[in-house]
Write a protein that binds this ligand. Structure first.
Ligand SMILES: [Zn+2]
Length: 361
């Protein structure tokens, strides 16, 4: 079967496909119901497939849809891993846990955020402590999220961003916009003011399934940053940490680090992988975000702003709403065979290296 066939056209199909493939492979399933519903009133769930010994000390974990609409990519890789039979490559004593659609609401609604407009990958911090401040975002919020969304407004706001880049550089703009912010609940890259359902669900899964694990590899699938089809292994273990050293060894130095300035991502607040590591004090966790490029960054940001405007001020079920939904889907999922093949090949390479790394640990 060509790799492009593993990818599904929407959340509901992706879920059915994953469940069927996991069940056929003999995986043990568990399900977590999101309190909200999808656009057609459908139930939204995070589904977890476990294959291998229940008490495995070595576990490979994959995650899809941390950023909702990015789930097309990770879901295809997860379903394909079962359907292709590659799951059988796990050595004896090593388990595989695939977490499908950790943010099912974003996946179903074609949004990057959760049901509460929160960027899940900025939500994993202590909500009882003072939040990080992002003065750049505060300065730009009204420009990023205008009340009207027209070509004229887009052109005006573009000029403001260009002036910001003149003063702070392109990286400065990227940090301001996408580093994470906790001041504007109606904005983009908002980290929330409480723990989201998806955060609680992910950490509940880790608590329930991994108490006996000693070595855990995590591959969290993302899209929307970097060259089209290229999979960047972004590692958020701290500089000079054992985790970063391990990841470097496992992946033959083919990793990047936002903290060291080698990644297409800037340093973020409230990142999921750091919380996963904290949730496993009894284990060595080696995690990466596998980030695939789609279309140029400027267009991705435009799609995110359009979608944010749509949900704050517009109507989804209108010609303009549907056009914006097509725009954001294309920004995070390239419905093209060559792109899907690149996703698959790099995903397979990455998960094989993770299994080898676990075996050597
Ligand atoms: Zn992402």
């Amino acid at each position: 079967m060509p790799a492009s066939d593993y990818f599904s056209a929407n959340y509901t199909k992706a879920r059915s496909r994953f469940l069927a493939a996991a069940t056929a492979a003999g995986a043990r399933m568990s399900v977590y119901k999101n309190p909200a519903r999808g656009p057609a009133g459908e139930e939204l769930t995070t589904d977890v497939a476990w294959i291998g010994p229940a008490d495995a000390e070595r576990v490979l974990v994959t995650i899809s849809a941390t950023h909702g609409v990015e789930g097309f990519c990770g879901s295809g890789a997860q379903a394909g891993w079962f359907e292709s039979g590659l799951y059988r490559e796990a050595p004896d004593g090593t388990a595989l846990m695939q977490i499908h659609a950790i943010n099912p609401h974003g996946f179903a609604w074609l949004r990057r955020v959760t049901e509460d407009n929160v960027d899940l990958n900025r939500n994993f911090l202590d909500h009882g402590a003072p939040y990080p401040v992002n003065p750049g975002y505060e300065e730009l919020h009204d420009t990023i999220c205008p009340p009207e969304w027209t070509d004229a407004v887009i052109a005006q706001t573009k000029a403001v961003f260009e002036a910001y880049v003149e003063k702070h550089g392109a990286r400065g703009l990227q940090s301001a916009v996408s580093g994470g912010q906790y001041s504007h609940a109606d904005g983009i890259f908002y980290g929330g003011n409480a723990e989201t359902w998806s955060r609680q669900t992910l950490l509940a899964i880790f608590g329930k399934m991994l108490p006996r694990a000693r070595h855990v590899a995590v591959v969290d699938y993302h899209t929307g940053l970097g060259p089209r089809g290229y999979g960047e292994r972004i590692c958020v273990h701290a500089p000079k940490s054992d985790g970063l050293t391990r990841a470097s060894q496992w992946y033959n130095d083919d990793i990047t680090s936002p903290a060291l300035g080698s990644s297409s991502s800037v340093v973020l607040s409230g990142v999921n992988l750091n919380a996963m590591e904290d949730a496993l004090p009894h284990a060595q966790m080696t995690g990466i975000a596998l980030e695939y490029g789609t279309i140029p960054t400027e267009q991705v940001k435009l799609a995110l702003r359009a979608d944010n405007w749509l949900h704050a001020h517009g109507e989804v079920d209108t010609p303009k709403g549907r056009a914006i939904k097509d725009q954001i889907r294309d920004a995070f999922y390239q419905d093209a065979d060559d792109w899907k093949q690149m996703i698959w090949d790099r995903g397979v390479e990455t998960q094989r290296l993770a299994l080898a790394g676990l075996a050597a640990s």
